[in-house]
Design a protein around this ligand. Structure first.
Ligand code: NAI
Ligand code: MG
Length: 348
């Protein structure tokens, strides 16, 4: 019996390639029990749904969920996303989506002078622009109307903002939280966000704050990425900014994430930021490091901090050496070779 039981959903495309490599790496540092679920797009093509109706009840028993990626060229993205990813995030109230971006020594940023990038994007993960409230009127007719509402609650904003402040304190780096809105144009939801942010900030006098409109934030991510510490934003804005922070630190193939239920009432889910990468999937060249680093975030969440640090150090050592890397980082190594290099650094 392992120490913890983990639900493993490799998913589609690149997810299926990086998941076994991540498990191989985790096996070097911890003994966990895995149960694999074949949910995702292939499942959808056979059963007409991305996962079984009682999927959340099944997953509820596990200590954590590891997810590869989902997405299929023949299935609309809103079907795959709303059929698996979003129901788990919302159903398990995984309200803090934590996405670190760290520029590893030896990895080239596309910026000429990036500085020492070490930031974490904290994304509200259960409501906001992705709440799926709305509908079509006169579907398919010339007068067709689509309404998509954003849902922002005081409780929802407050808890994710508080998570961001707690994180800035725990990280103990720049001790700074940047809030992202568009409250000049979105005069209700984002104004509420600004107000709640200011209220929570008052409880953390030791943490400095900054509020940026999302367009200016995009510019400043490029202009002064090393100035950011913890960045908190809504579901949509932080989704976009975290792809940007990923590429600023070299590749989306390095970007890990955690979907956390900080109260630990339900399992949390760990997944790379990237999707199923259909343009390169199936050729054995997908970067496994985002998945491996996501698994190390899971170990951290489970209380296995030393094991998590060991994996991070091994990944950093492989990147610093620069001999073994996948094409997204300018190398020619395979998915499997990169994972093997990490395992070698772990001394196995
Ligand atoms: P994507 O993240 O799959 O790919 C974007 C680009 O980054 C592609 O050029 C891809 O080759 C590259 N890339 C991604 N992961 C990489 C890795 N590990 N190593 C090297 N290169 C990598 O995003 P895209 O193309 O917008 O979406 C593809 C599919 O994935 C869609 O069906 C989309 O809905 C889904 N998707 C799923 C996500 C998830 O499961 N959480 C997140 C994002 C997209
Ligand atoms: Mg995204």
């Amino acid at each position: 019996m392992g120490q913890f039981s983990i639900a493993v959903i490799a998913g589609d495309g690149a997810g299926c390639e990086v998941m076994p490599e991540a498990l191989r790496v985790v096996d070097c540092v911890a003994k966990l029990d895995y149960r694999r679920f074949d949910w995702g797009s292939e499942y959808y093509l056979r059963h007409g749904r991305m996962m079984p109706e009682d999927a959340l009840e099944t997953l509820e028993e596990f200590d954590a969920i590891l997810l590869g990626a989902i997405g299929h060229p023949q299935i609309a993205d809103h079907v795959t996303l709303n059929g698996l990813l979003l129901p788990i995030r919302r159903g398990f109230d995984q309200y803090a989506n934590v996405r670190p971006a760290f520029l590893y020594p030896g990895v080239a940023s596309p910026l000429a002078n990036p500085g020492a990038i070490d930031l974490v994007v904290v994304r509200e993960n259960t409501e906001g622009e992705y709440a799926q409230v709305g509908g079509f009127l006169h579907s398919g007719q010339p007068e067709e109307v689509a309404i998509q509402s954003g849902v922002f609650t005081r409780r929802g904003i407050e808890r994710v903002v508080r998570y961001a402040f707690d994180l800035a304190r725990r990280r103990d780096k720049k001790r700074r939280v940047t809030s992202i809105t568009k409250s000049n144009a979105q005069g209700f939801s984002m104004v509420l966000w600004d107000r709640v942010f200011a209220e929570v900030a008052a409880e953390f006098p030791d943490i400095s704050t900054e509020s940026l409109l999302v367009d200016a934030a995009a510019m400043n991510f490029v202009r002064r990425p090393a100035s950011f510490d913890v960045v908190v934003g809504s579901n949509l804005f932080a989704d976009i900014l975290s792809d940007l922070s990923a590429i600023l630190t070299g590749s989306i193939g390095l970007a890990a994430s955690a979907n956390l239920n900080p109260a630990r009432k339900h399992p949390s889910m760990f997944e790379p930021v990237h999707g199923s990468a259909p343009d390169i999937a199936g050729r054995g060249i997908v970067n496994p490091l985002a998945m491996i680093l996501s698994a190390s975030m899971m170990l951290d969440h489970l209380g296995l901090a030393n094991e998590a640090r060991a994996i991070e150090h091994a990944v950093a050592a492989v990147l610093a050496e620069g001999r073994c890397r996948t094409a997204d980082l300018g190398g020619a190594s395979s998915t499997r070779e990169v994972a093997a290099a990490v395992i070698e650094k772990l001394g196995r």
